[in-house]
Design a binder for this molecule. Structure first.
Ligand code: SF4
Length: 322
């Protein structure tokens, strides 16, 4: 496709307030460093201005348990088989409550409680019950599989959103059965919980078709927050040797995700964020604490020093209002 064709496709996406599957594949096939991709990023940035009026959001994520997980996903530091965790570390309820209150400030829209696959749903419910009501943020659950009854119970105790994703090559690179994942996605859809789902975790080996498939599947399940997350190369995990994707490629995928999500989705998240990606359609950045599946040690502070102040600086620098 030449420049003129790309321009026409992008203008159509903006006018239609969404992007087709076929057009998404074409845009993902572009060279991330080409002029055409620059056009894509500019249009996604324009969509962010026109569709979400330059509102930016911070997503705080608390990793509750750095403990060996039998699902052994090949990119995750918590995988039991990789032997990375020498000493399990689990936040107690009071510590989680303190952290929730620490992040419950006007600048943070969501606080996520993230766990390994088999963390107790009852314990998450107990924590939410004690944490409620929050003053500013909404509570998000990011855990293993659950049914509609659990989804409704999570909602009733204070969770508004569930982060749940059909990970790339689910069941091949992960220990989770893709059908189980779909059952949880359906349970979320049938409950009052909103779905948040990025294309996750993206490595250099993933094809454009796989990325498109993930975007449209999450959209079909009604995702209210979408976007893209690069896979981090964690030393000691099987995927380490494959490395990660470039920032230019992440910006390109984020931009396509912005256009696929359409006008009704007001939050597009990118991880890790930088100023280039934030002018490519993303308006949501992540601050993390505790057990991080992308790291070989726990973080008893904001991960890599990226705290609320840094997140604000980045978002405001890209012209977002928080
Ligand atoms: S990604 Fe989740 S399910 Fe997979 S090993 Fe890590 S904690 Fe377990």
């Amino acid at each position: 496709m030449n420049n003129a064709h790309i321009e026409k496709t992008l203008e159509k996406a903006l006018a239609d307030e969404s992007l087709s599957r076929k057009d998404a594949s074409v845009l993902l096939a572009l060279d991330p460093d080409s002029d055409e991709t620059k056009q894509l990023l500019d249009i996604a940035d324009r969509a962010s201005r026109e569709w979400v009026h330059r509102r930016g959001y911070i997503w705080a994520s608390i990793g509750l348990d750095y403990s060996p997980c039998p699902m052994n996903c090949t990119f995750c530091s918590l995988g039991e088989k990789w032997g990375i965790i020498k000493e399990p570390w689990i936040l107690n309820v009071d510590e989680v409550l303190d952290l929730i209150h620490h992040y419950d400030v006007p600048e943070v829209r969501w606080i996520t409680l993230r766990t390994s696959e088999f963390y107790s749903i009852d314990k998450l419910i107990q924590i939410a019950r004690l944490a409620m009501p929050l003053k500013h943020a909404e509570l998000v659950v990011n855990t293993g599989e659950f049914d509609r009854k659990d989804a409704c119970a999570l909602y009733e105790t204070g969770f508004n959103v569930a982060y749940h994703v059909m990970r790339l090559r689910e069941g091949v690179d992960t220990g989770v059965d893709p059908n189980e994942r779909l059952i949880t996605l359906e349970a979320i859809k049938q409950s009052p919980l909103q779905l948040a789902a990025l294309v996750d975790p993206i490595g250099p080996e993933h094809t454009d078709e796989e990325l498109v498939e993930a975007m449209f599947l999450h959209k079909a399940y009604g995702a209210a927050l979408m976007g893209a997350m690069a896979r981090f190369a964690v030393v000691g995990t099987p995927k380490y040797e494959l490395g990660t994707i470039s920032r230019a490629r992440l910006a390109q995928i984020t931009a396509v995700s912005r256009l696929v999500a359409g006008k009704q989705v007001d939050a597009i998240c990118t991880h890790p964020a930088d100023d280039r990606i934030l002018t490519s359609g993303a308006n949501t950045v992540v601050v993390e604490y505790g057990a991080i599946p992308r790291d070989t040690k726990i973080s008893q502070g904001d991960w890599k020093g990226f705290d609320i102040q840094e997140a604000l600086k980045l978002l405001r620098g890209a012209g977002y209002e928080i």
